[in-house]
Write a protein that binds this ligand. Structure first.
Ligand code: GFB
Length: 317
């Protein structure tokens, strides 16, 4: 990837895509291509093919996906499997047809079996049953990985696959119901503080453990892979460290400055008992995460206050 390479960031308005775009621009890449959903519907095969035929793209960061937290995954499985299969199939195939030099596909740590040995190595893929709450999403992502590997084998297409841990940071979605745990808790602790509410509800038992990767670290890792990784084998993207959800809730509570109680809602799902990725392969190619979790949460809350808090509060009135 050169300074003047023609680079398409698919999903540039999302959490990951916007961070990749920021960093590429900061590093002096000027030939960046983006399309909003209104300009290019990635679920439309003909439109995606026409786009790639026209634009002479050299590198693709495929960060466009339908994503959401555990409840959104559980309730809207049809949307998650359909949209992700369509987007990734259209983009990977059209990119290969148009002669794109390299494509990075992003999976997720939820592709690994529910009871995979921890930390989860890349070769745990397809060795056991998936976690039911996000199976449609995981199956779509596994199809994308398999597609990249098959296109590499049959066509020599340089498609690589990164498997990120749970991501968070500025630019996330902070809805209380459909978002991931970290933005969901920021929203609920903040709203409870503003309203003077006596307690905040934590979903599930609080015992599941998760690994959180700050989005600017994620963007940096993706660009590192684009420059230095050309293998068909998947590669995990994470910190290698995890935290129990109830300890995470305490951290968020302290950051937000909320003094009330934390209660549990045991009707909500726990999901994977533990998800932390093995980063041996990532470390071996010279990359490691930098952002400590407490500092990352502080920055995310500061961004939320500046950008996300007001519109939701207004809508809720
Ligand atoms: O972030 P999260 O929705 O994703 O939930 P997953 C993580 C854990 O936090 C679960 C608990 O054990 C939840 O029960 N939790 C506690 C909460 N309070 C809350 C809350 O207010 N909101 C949310 N969302 N969770 C997703 C997958 O699984 O991970 C996706 O469904 C994707 O497919 C993503 O892979 C990275 O880690 O459980």
């Amino acid at each position: 990837m050169h300074q003047d390479s023609r680079i398409f960031v698919a999903g540039h308005r999302g959490l990951v895509g916007s961070a990749i775009l920021r960093q590429l621009a900061a590093e002096g890449h000027a030939n960046l291509v983006t399309r909003t959903r209104a300009e290019l519907d990635l679920t439309d095969q003909a439109a995606v093919r026409a786009f790639f035929d026209r634009e002479k793209i050299e590198h693709v960061f495929l960060a466009a996906a339908r994503v959401g937290g555990i409840l959104a995954n559980e309730r809207q499985g049809a949307d998650f499997i359909r949209d992700n299969l369509l987007i990734q199939t259209n983009v990977i195939d059209a990119a290969w047809r148009a002669g794109v030099g390299k494509l990075l596909f992003l999976g997720s740590s939820c592709i690994y079996p529910r009871l995979a040995e921890q930390p989860m190595r890349e070769d745990a893929l397809l060795t056991g049953a998936l976690e039911p709450s996000n199976k449609p999403y995981a199956v779509a992502k596994i199809a994308g990985i398999t597609m990249c590997q098959a296109y590499r084998k049959q066509h020599g297409f340089n498609a690589i696959c990164g498997q990120p841990a749970n991501l968070y940071g500025p630019g996330d979605h902070f809805e209380p119901e459909s978002s991931h745990v970290l933005p969901g808790l920021i929203r609920r602790f903040h709203d409870a503080k503003v309203a003077g509410a006596p307690s905040v509800t934590l979903w599930g038992t609080g015992t599941p453990r998760r690994e959180f990767l700050y989005v600017d670290d994620m963007a940096d890792a993706c660009i590192h892979l684009m420059r230095h990784y050309d293998e068909g084998e998947l590669i995990n993207l994470g910190t290698g460290e995890d935290i129990a959800i109830r300890d995470l809730a305490e951290l968020v509570r302290e950051t937000v400055g909320y003094a009330g109680r934390i209660e549990q809602d045991l009707t909500k799902p726990d999901g994977h008992p533990r998800k932390v990725v093995d980063v041996t392969r990532l470390t071996a190619i010279g990359w490691r995460a930098r952002m400590p979790l407490d500092e990352g949460i502080r920055r995310t809350y500061a961004w939320f206050l500046g950008n996300g808090a007001a519109p939701y509060a207004a809508a809720a009135e």
